[in-house]
Design a binder for this molecule. Structure first.
Ligand code: FAD
Length: 383
């Protein structure tokens, strides 16, 4: 059997049917551009506030990274917690960590069939990395978060019991269906250009009071205002045929560059190696490449220990990276707010930032979401 060049996550046939394209003009209180996990969270929040909502995407729902990722549900930011404390200060880093833990609780409650709260393991592949794991463990414990030393079949490192895994595509398809049934107009396969507070499409226009742009990969193209601070990278993955149970929880190793998890079906989904080809992987093209896929094959055989497992899927997706490893979450013009640039970890952080962006666009107080708002422009992109 051949290899499928698509994510391992199955698209439900009914939900996968394309939504309408937007032709003509529509008006709504809130417009959300980008129907991944983040944009759909903003749609949901706007509906809860009683606003009329239009959501729009250049492709299908979750056609971007939101439906093409590794399915890890990790608390915190892209930084390990001790690094986040050093960068953001203890109070802000801990506040964000708490928000992400609460987001995880909410996800588990809302989608019990999809979310597996099995924890995650940061595995150390060297003495240096083990020492860094100790620093991470100490910082997490100092702030009262659950974390344990781990030594077992999956390696040595830090176990984060509150983390988990899910089917990222199923989350988005579920959210889109729920939003439509709550009255949101969601348009697919309609690329937009963003104006001052209006949005134009090849054959139409959206007028709104508040605009949220929730785009991770390719954000610099949609919102040139932030182009100097975010840069798009391609991340690649593969998945195997089902193998006997081996990995109880998602594992990330080599400073987080490599990651794998075993799905309920027994398939192993594995990604990483981007840093080994960093120059080539700054790309807006979500097509897997031969050199990275060969490196993933070696990772599967040598580090993960599955040299015989047949590969069934190979795919890639694009995400935004920032210099300071913090998302962009800010107002770019009155009524227009942006969320993106999650540096490879947007499944939990993305929805939080998109809800924060919604409040910014509507001019509402951020309250407890304040720590997520960008603190201002930094230097040029290119971590
Ligand atoms: C291979 C891979 C593995 C990853 N693994 C993990 C992981 O395990 N855990 C984790 O937390 N994160 C992971 N990530 C990162 C995570 O997938 C993303 O941060 C997150 O999904 C971003 O979701 P989003 O909704 O913000 O943006 P996106 O998924 O980028 O969605 C934005 C949407 O905007 C649309 N769009 C763009 N431009 C326009 C336009 N001009 N007009 C209209 N629509 C437009 C796109 O079509 C897209 O659907 C991974 C990413 C990849 C690629």
């Amino acid at each position: 059997m051949g290899v499928v060049h698509d994510p391992v996550w199955p698209r439900d046939d009914r939900a996968a049917q394309a939504g309408p394209r937007l032709t003509g003009s529509v008006q709504a209180d809130v417009c959300v551009v980008g129907l991944g996990g983040s944009g759909l969270a903003a749609v949901d929040e706007a509906l809860r506030m009683g606003r009329s909502v239009v959501g729009i995407d250049a492709g299908p729902v979750a056609g971007g990274a939101a439906g093409r990722n590794g399915g890890f549900l990790l608390a915190g930011t892209a930084d390990f917690h001790h690094d986040a404390v050093a960068r953001l200060g203890r109070e802000r880093a801990a506040a964000i960590y708490r928000l992400t833990l609460r987001e995880l609780d909410g996800l588990e409650l809302a989608l019990p069939d999809i979310v597996r709260r099995v924890g995650s393991l940061r595995a150390a592949d060297s003495e240096d990395e083990m020492a860094d794991c100790e620093r991470m463990l100490a910082a997490l414990r100092a702030d009262g978060f659950d974390a344990e030393s781990y030594e077992g079949p999956e390696g040595v490192g830090v176990l984060l019991p509150a983390d988990g895994a899910f089917d990222p595509l199923a989350r988005c398809l579920h959210m889109a269906q729920a939003a439509r049934s709550e009255g949101a107009d969601l348009f697919e396969h309609t690329p937009v250009s963003v104006g001052s507070i209006d949005v134009t499409t090849p054959a139409g226009r959206i007028d709104c009071d508040a605009l949220v742009i929730a785009v991770d990969g390719g954000l610099e193209r949609v919102v040139p205002d932030v182009a100097s601070r975010v840069r798009t990278a391609r991340l690649q993955m593969l998945a195997t045929e089902p193998v006997p149970p081996r990995f109880a929880r998602p594992v990330y190793a080599r400073w987080g560059y490599d990651y794998w998890q075993q799905l309920p079906s027994g398939a192993v989904a594995l990604g990483g190696c981007r840093d080994l080809f960093a120059d080539d992987e700054w790309s807006l093209d979500p097509t897997p490449t031969e050199p990275v896929q060969r490196a993933l094959d070696r990772l599967l055989a040598e580090r993960v220990g599955l040299p015989e497992a047949r590969v069934t899927h190979r795919w890639a997706g694009c995400v935004g990276y920032t210099d300071d490893r913090m998302p962009i979450c800010e107002l770019v013009r009155p009524g227009v707010a942006v969320a993106g640039g999650y540096c490879g970890t947007g499944n939990v952080l993305g929805p939080l930032c998109a809800r924060t962006a919604l409040r910014l666009a509507l001019g509402l107080p951020l309250d407890e979401l304040t720590p997520l708002a960008s603190t201002g422009a930094s230097a040029s992109a290119g971590p």
